[in-house]
Ligand binder design. Structure first.
Ligand SMILES: Cc1cc2nc3c(=O)[nH]c(=O)nc-3n(C[C@H](O)[C@H](O)[C@H](O)COP(=O)(O)O)c2cc1C
Length: 414
């Protein structure tokens, strides 16, 4: 019986343990978690979502405070079009977050930066270019382009000196999305170095509509695999979403996957950025509590625990401090939903907004508990302590369990 360790992810001459820990914003996949993946010979991700906030928290910087100070005059104004990111500050925050992580890297593995196109930041092209260039400047081993179509993203960095040496990958949820991307980027003369095929059971935003349950990862993976073979395109494919045990991973590796990308199991690791009490909510979750809803202003369905404090919260939009989801005209669908509720409830102090959430504020405060479909199985990966809580796991324990387990088994912690 094979284990994941019988396989290797190959990038040229480099051989890695074929386990990729997926990016989890905002700072849920911390530098500590990514560093563990790299130390153990796999691939880890940090995320550049809300990087100014993350840099403030990690390095005691003042990026958010400075931005809020600059735009304080606009806080009560529902028109947020004036609120812009200072591109130099954005570049600096990115270089700090990515650079310090890369400096701390030990071992043979790699660390990639998860970069979401849907963080449009009131200036989509310019801010994305700065984020990607900043990540390359700071020595990131690679960039995984996520959440969005990214049709022009390669072109944004094609003049960078590391454009051909850094690993560049893309996350897709259908063959069609991959074909579109390949067609658009052919002009740059560079294929992606890997393609993550994300199915409907993943955490975070989904690349599907609300009919996500009608799709399944194995089918989409097989379709894309066949297509690449037919086109003689040798691009490593990395399935993601619902791969919960080493045996689940082996079954994909045997069907031609180059590696697997996993995330949910690591949300209850010590190294994960969620606060400890939130990790306990993930352990306790029942299947009925895992929901896919449309409260994210990005327009993508998102999976989360139904007891997330973010759901129904009606906080005033915080775009002067954050503003990561403002589109190119300075709008965000939460602002509209919030204003509608304020107008409908005159004099009410704490309004509730049910159809959208202020994702920046809620993710920043770890109050939007986004999670993978199998979060309800996390309780089977640990054990209960005398006080009733669940024992947190070391990332190394989870990583090694994926790497060496067979027979669908999950190793309990010592
Ligand atoms: C808590 C959480 C947050 C996530 N955030 C992001 C994100 O910011 N960007 C992204 O591309 N994928 C995100 N994902 C998706 C993962 O990177 C990964 O592809 C997927 O969850 C793997 O499936 P699994 O969780 O069933 O192992 C997130 C997943 C989780 C569980």
């Amino acid at each position: 019986m094979k284990s994941v360790d019988d396989f290797r992810l190959k990038f040229g001459d480099k051989e890695l343990v074929p386990i990729v820990i997926g990016g989890m914003g905002v700072d849920i996949s911390t530098a500590e978690l990514a560093l563990e993946a790299a130390r153990l010979g796999g691939v880890g991700h940090i995320s550049d979502a809300m990087v100014n906030t993350v840099a403030d928290r990690r390095f005691n910087a003042k990026f958010v405070k400075d931005k809020l100070k600059q735009y304080k005059f606009n806080v009560a104004n529902s028109d947020k079009s004036v609120v812009r990111f200072d591109l130099d500050q954005l570049a600096e925050a990115t270089r700090m977050h990515v650079g310090r992580t890369m400096e701390a890297k030990r071992g043979d593995g790699l660390i990639f930066v998860n970069c979401m196109e849907k963080l449009t930041m009131n200036s989509p092209r310019e801010t994305l270019r700065v984020r990607m260039q900043g990540a390359l400047d700071a020595g990131a081993d690679g960039i995984t382009l996520a959440a969005g179509l990214h049709l022009g993203s390669f072109a944004l960095i094609e003049d960078h000196r590391r454009f051909r040496d850094a690993k560049l990958g893309i996350i897709v949820s259908s063959l069609r999305a991959l074909q579109l991307f390949l067609r658009k980027t052919a002009r740059c003369g560079r294929l992606p170095d890997y393609v993550v095929v994300e199915g409907p059971l993943a955490g975070g935003h989904l690349g599907f509509g609300m009919d996500w349950a009608e799709y399944d990862l194995a089918t989409i993976f097989a379709e894309i695999h066949r297509h690449l073979q037919a086109e003689q395109l040798d691009i490593p494919l990395i399935p993601a979403g619902g791969i919960f045990t080493g045996s689940d991973a082996v079954s994909f590796l045997e069907q031609g996957a180059a590696a697997v990308q996993v995330a949910t199991r690591f949300t209850v690791s010590r190294e994960c950025g969620l606060p400890e009490d939130v990790k306990q909510r993930y352990f306790e979750a029942s299947e009925e509590q895992i929901e896919v809803n449309q409260i994210s202003p990005t327009g993508y369905p998102m999976r989360m625990l139904s007891n997330s404090p973010a759901i129904g919260d009606g906080i005033r939009p915080n775009c002067e401090a954050y503003g990561y989801l403002l589109d190119s005209t300075g709008n965000c669908s939460y602002i509209n939903a919030y204003n509608r509720e304020v107008a409908a409830n005159p004099g009410v102090k704490r309004i509730s907004v049910r159809d959208k959430t202020c994702l920046c504020t809620q993710m920043r405060n770890f109050d939007c508990w986004t999670c993978g479909h199998y979060t309800y199985r996390l309780k089977d990966t640990s054990r209960r302590l005398p006080d009733g809580s669940y024992q947190l796991l070391n990332a190394e324990h989870i990583f090694r369990d994926y790497q060496f387990s067979t027979d669908g088994k999950i190793l309990a912690p010592e």
